[in-house]
Design a binder for this molecule. Structure first.
Ligand SMILES: Nc1ncnc2c1ncn2[C@@H]1O[C@H](COP(=O)(O)OP(=O)(O)OP(=O)(O)O)[C@@H](O)[C@H]1O
Ligand SMILES: [Mg+2]
Length: 314
């Protein structure tokens, strides 16, 4: 029976191998939506000035997402984009990374249209901390090092430190060699985000996109990471997309996106003075924060036994 059993094993292995080969060829046949122009040259990066001119874009021809957006991110400056959910904020970051081609207008980096340069050279100079981080089913070290594959261990550790994730890693039995699971499912949202931040810190790109980079974190960790991100974005061209308006106060310009158009733009103080959409977003957020604080105060007092509980709840 042993040789027969062996034949069964070999048969199964061969079947599986054939299926895998078929799937591989199917994958190879998938055509990339975005392809390099035939005469594409590598991007010549200088100071890293980004410019969007009258950019029009839709995923689906029937539903325009961006209806002619123009703004500049001067070299080394920070521009923030805020606005309601679904306004097209993350779309702007995807377009700069050239995951999609635009239907009208132009996007340039240091005067070169991103459609005229190779995707490889473009993506080498842009670092993105996306809203939903995708991790590889490999170790934490591998996932961080993905930002710069030839980085020495010391740099990986330093990046993890700066992203406030080394404390978590040191508590794991396998440390940096811990497997993160399919798409990183063994990590929490905040941990995944910090891996993405460490990856970007390691890459140290001239142009930085932070999409809700600190949204999945508690307030304390957020503040610590925010200071790490402030260091990384210093003297780098940075595009910040944020829901928490407190993180964009220091931006050189704030762009309020609504229904595919720029509704307002200016510095924090000028937008607050204008009393428009941005100002109303602020007052709403402040109310929410204050309500949260009041709740916490009540809970703390409760813990200390200060609050007279009175009659038991029913
Ligand atoms: N791949 C896609 N195919 C079709 N429509 C899409 C795709 N990705 C996004 N959209 C649509 O485009 C619009 C803008 O999406 P986007 O992700 O840019 O919003 P956002 O401003 O980042 O919102 P949020 O604040 O919730 O992150 C949304 O209405 C969304 O449904
Ligand atoms: Mg988004």
């Amino acid at each position: 029976s042993v040789p027969l059993n062996f034949i069964g094993f070999v048969y199964r292995e061969i079947r599986q191998g054939l299926t895998d080969i078929e799937q591989m060829f199917d994958l190879l046949e998938v055509e990339a939506e975005v392809v390099d122009a035939p005469d594409a040259k590598p991007l010549q990066i200088g100071a890293g000035a980004v410019s969007f001119k009258d950019v029009q874009f839709s995923y689906d021809p029937e539903r325009p997402i961006l209806k002619g957006i123009s703004f500049d991110v001067p070299a080394g400056k920070t521009i923030a984009i805020v606005g309601p959910s679904g306004a097209g904020k993350s779309t702007i970051s995807r377009l700069l990374y050239r995951f999609y081609d635009i239907q009208g207008g132009s996007i340039t980096i240091d005067g070169q249209d991103i459609r005229d340069v190779t995707q490889k050279s473009l993506r080498a100079v842009v670092g993105m901390v996306p809203q939903d981080t995708v991790l590889f089913n490999d170790t934490l070290a591998y996932n961080i090092r993905y930002g710069r594959p030839d980085a020495p261990d010391a740099d990986v550790t330093a990046a993890a430190n700066a992203a406030q994730i080394s404390g978590f890693i040191s508590k794991l039995p396998d440390g940096f060699q811990t497997m993160v699971g399919e798409r990183g499912l063994k990590l929490s949202g905040g941990e995944k985000q910090r891996v993405a931040i460490a990856r970007t810190i390691l890459k140290a790109p001239p142009i930085l996109i932070l999409d809700e980079a600190t949204s999945a974190l508690d307030t304390h960790t957020e503040q610590e990471i925010q200071s790490a991100l402030d260091v990384v974005s210093q003297n780098r061209t940075t595009l910040v997309i944020a829901h928490r308006l407190s993180t964009v106060i220091g931006a050189d310009e704030i762009i309020v996106l609504k229904d595919g158009n720029i509704a307002e733009r200016g510095t924090h103080s000028s937008l607050m003075l204008a009393g428009g959409l941005y100002a109303s977003m602020w007052s709403r957020q402040r109310e929410a924060i204050q309500a949260e604080e009041r709740l916490r105060e009540v809970r703390e007092k409760d813990d200390l036994g200060v609050v007279d509980r009175g009659e038991p709840a029913h």
